[in-house]
Ligand binder design. Structure first.
Ligand code: ADP
Ligand code: TPW
Ligand code: MG
Length: 580
């Protein structure tokens, strides 16, 4: 910020002093506002501080973070929940790099976001002359994100913003990088000329209509199936066509299986939910319709357990996704709204041949498996295990279905996903496709800011450590968010042994006695330290009702949790047994 903000060109406060002139910073803020951006997440410093002040003055909410990666996770979650790009603002060099992690993760997850980063003067960067925070940011970002642009002239800023917006939301959504040089941010233009730059772009995310032929091919295959299944991914949740997907499932009567973040798109306890019959679906379904879900590692890339004679229908916006792992007999390439509309329109022309015993069999199996699962949650073990703690969390969250659940960890992730039934769409946000740690506080903030709803983050103690300092951002913005930390004292658990016996902690060991609640106290949150399921139930109920920042330190036993949770099989072959 200029030391004398009454004369800083471009700010409305300075307008009386420079009524005829504006800066690139002002044009950037106006261009964002003009295209519909109302929130920006970031962390300021040279050369973007004054820009953030101007953005606030122009009516864009600025949520300032303690670390750019978390601001980026917030922007990504904002994008996922609103179908508009979340915006991240970073400074040059390391700030840019810190934020880029989140922009790349957003790209991998198909979340729309735009990282806007200030960059240093170009000429000495290009000649590698050692300028302040000099880094060729555009070329670093380019191979990793969906699209990357640099803007050098203030009159090009609105075009750059429109291009970045379109690239983020259209086709397969993703992360976009927009590099804005320091000279461009500070360039001065006549206000009257600048005002002429702002046009309202038309149709920012155009429909992509699937061909009639592809829809007929898909329906013909679906109609021939005796044991069909519908697999919903987070692309289906993102599309916000909840009623149409419900209609497709309920009019066909085909059982569905939701991927982690598609839980709640239809209620997990819906009569056609095959949530607890994943293996049976993989092994026995003869036709599987993928809706906004990729056949990636999370689905064994379509191999392994999958019925080798099974056939796939895939609804996706991205043509390159088709056949990338397994032959897709009926691709339907288009945006999901257009594709599901087309399928619903033509559905009455086809007669399904599903075997009714397939559905009743899955329902009987679900009932049996769910009852068995509840046995795991029944013992009120103290010191708590993940399961006894989750028995309390389950009660409270299922009584508060409109609370958004953010979730990361290993056992804390897997067990929470399995234990907590979701009943509303887009109410579960987790570490997703890359299974990364370090989205917790950012996604919690993004979800609370984007929706105004209450958020509960269920975090492993290791997972929390990646983003813990941004709990203070929850407090500064007084968000209705509760962070629940499952402390078993380590990555996977707290009983790892250092095989060298040199006295250092094992690679997986953290601190089972750590009092994370005191971290919350430092920032004025309401905090709890709980050791029993009933105290946890009480604390979480109270925390959610308060609609204020809260932190609950949940003391688990150090031996609760197994190495890598459900995905230990992904570790390389081992000749020593370090698994505990
Ligand atoms: P999950 O992890 O839940 O299985 P993925 O992230 O792997 O989900 O897959 C989401 C898929 O949804 C991606 O292939 C993406 O191209 C697709 N997708 C996202 N948005 C849309 C949309 N609006 N229309 C069509 N496909 C979409
Ligand atoms: C960016 C590797 C996967 S899961 C995990 C780590 C470090 C933490 C598991 O411990 P936590 O949960 O959170 O305490 P619990 O209940 O099992 O004890 N760095 C990144 N991403 C990943 N995935 C890792 C490391 C990892
Ligand atoms: Mg842990």
């Amino acid at each position: 910020m200029s030391t004398n903000n009454t004369t800083a060109p471009g700010t409305p406060a300075s307008a009386p002093h420079y009524p005829d002139q504006v800066t690139g910073m002002y044009i950037l803020a106006r261009a964002l506002k003009n295209i519909g951006i109302d929130t920006m997440y970031g962390l300021v410093g040279i050369p973007v501080t004054e820009f953030a002040y101007i953005a606030q003055l122009e009516g864009i909410r600025f949520v300032g973070f303690r670390h750019e990666q978390q601001a980026g996770m917030a922007a990504a979650t904002h994008g996922y929940l609103t179908k508009k790009p979340g915006v991240l603002l970073t400074v040059s060099s390391l700030g840019f790099m810190n934020g880029l992690t989140a922009t790349v993760n957003a790209t991998v997850n198909c979340y729309p976001m735009i990282q806007i980063s200030g960059s240093s003067v170009r000429e000495p960067i290009d000649l590698d002359q050692g300028t302040y925070e000099g880094l060729d940011q555009l070329n670093v970002a380019k191979p990793l994100v969906k699209a990357a642009y640099r803007v050098n002239k203030p009159e090009d800023i609105p075009t750059a913003v429109t291009r970045a917006y379109r690239a983020a939301v259209s086709g397969r959504p993703g992360g976009v990088y927009l590099d804005v040089t320091t000279p461009c941010l500070g360039a001065i233009m006549n206000r009257a000329d600048a005002e002429k730059l702002f046009e309202t772009p038309v149709d920012l995310c155009p429909s992509s209509i699937p061909s009639d032929e592809s829809v007929d091919r898909a329906l013909k295959l679906l109609a021939s199936a005796k044991k069909p299944a519908i697999l919903l991914g987070k692309g289906a949740a993102y599309a916000q066509i909840d009623e149409k997907i419900k209609r497709l499932i309920e009019t066909t009567g085909i059982p569905f299986y939701p991927m982690s973040m598609a839980k709640g798109l239809l209620p997990d306890n819906h009569p056609l939910s095959a949530l607890s019959c994943r293996s049976t679906i993989m092994e026995e379904a003869d036709v599987v319709m993928l809706i906004g879900a990729r056949l990636n590692w999370l689905l064994s890339r379509g191999h392994g357990k999958w019925n080798p004679d099974g056939q796939f229908i895939q609804l996706d916006i991205c043509p390159e996704e088709i056949d990338c792992n397994r032959h897709i007999a009926a691709p339907v390439v288009g945006d999901l709204e257009s594709s599901v509309d087309a399928i619903l329109t033509k559905l009455p022309d086809y007669k399904l041949s599903m075997d009714p015993a397939w559905v009743t069999g899955l329902q009987a199996q679900s009932k049996q498996k769910n009852a068995k699962f509840m046995e795991r949650l029944a013992p009120q073990t103290v010191p708590m295990t993940h399961w006894s703690a989750l028995s309390a969390v389950k009660k409270v969250l299922e009584a508060n279905p409109d609370v958004i659940l953010v979730n990361e960890g290993a056992n804390t992730l897997d067990d929470t996903r399995d234990a907590i039934d979701m009943s509303l769409p887009r109410h579960r946000i987790d570490c997703a496709t890359w299974a990364i740690m370090g989205m917790g506080m950012g996604s919690t903030i993004g979800a609370a800011v984007a929706t105004g709803k209450s958020v509960v983050a269920v975090e492993g103690d290791s997972a929390f450590g990646f983003s813990g300092m941004d709990f203070s951002t929850i407090c500064r913005f007084n968000l209705p968010a509760t962070v629940v930390i499952f402390n078993n004292g380590g990555i996977y658990n707290g009983i790892g042994e250092n095989l060298s016996k040199d006295g250092d902690p094992a690679p997986t060991t953290l601190d089972v006695k750590a009092r994370y609640d005191k971290l919350g106290d430092a920032f004025g949150a309401t905090t709890y330290y709980v050791t029993t399921p009933s105290d946890l139930e009480k604390a979480l109920t109270e925390a959610i009702a308060s609609k204020k920042p809260c932190l609950i330190d949940v003391q688990l036993a150090a031996d609760s949790g197994k190495e890598s949770g459900h995905i230990g099989y992904l570790n390389p072959a081992s000749l020593i047994n370090v698994t505990v």
